[in-house]
Design a protein around this ligand. Structure first.
Ligand code: PNS
Length: 166
């Protein structure tokens, strides 16, 4: 039996949906490690250090939540960690195709790769980090979408970048 899960992602930024999923993971596993990808393909809003800090703070420095940074292949991290179950969120059917492909690709590279999909609360079905980033960069409020401490950091970062209406 596996009692450890690894929840990988870019978390740029951490959203209320991510927090909900980590909490759900904690109801199933003794330990949830959150793996923060160092170099997401899109230009990140937050540095790796900031993204790691935000997850730790938002989870109240819970000793059952370990936050780590990773680079390279997810399967390599999974192997190095002793094959924890990988946790991923499924919000809508369209998420499934990408997740299915990624999971099977990863399992081809590491036959011990196991993934558990969990649904976040329906309140977060529409939420994504990329949309939160877009709203933030265009001067909108993100307070309904992310934990308060993340909203504060976003406001600080985007304060000087208000759009101009010509
Ligand atoms: O939630 P996200 O930000 O879409 O997370 C995607 C993530 C980090 C799980 C995925 O991009 C990943 O695992 N990246 C590491 C590189 C890798 O292993 N790529 C092969 C996937 S088939």
């Amino acid at each position: 039996m596996k009692n450890k899960a690894l929840y990988p992602g870019s978390f740029d930024p951490l959203t209320n949906g991510h927090v909900d999923l980590i909490r759900r993971g904690l109801s199933m596993f003794d330990q949830v490690a959150v793996g923060v990808l160092k170099n997401p393909s899109k230009r990140p809003l937050f540095s790796l250090k900031e993204r790691v800090e935000m997850v730790k703070e938002a989870m109240g420095h819970n000793p059952r939540v370990r936050v780590l940074a990773f680079d390279g292949l997810l399967v390599d991290l999974v192997r190095d960690m002793g094959d924890p179950v990988v946790l991923r969120g499924l919000r809508v059917v369209s998420d499934f195709e990408y997740e299915f492909q990624m999971a099977l690709m990863n399992r081809k590279m590491n036959p011990g790769y196991e993934v558990v999909f969990m649904m976040p609360d329906e309140r977060y079905t529409y939420l994504s980090s990329s949309m939160v980033r877009q709203v933030a960069l265009l001067g909108g409020s993100v307070r309904n979408f992310v934990p308060p401490l993340v909203a504060k950091r976003i406001e600080k970062k985007t304060k000087t970048k208000k759009p101009v209406h010509a």
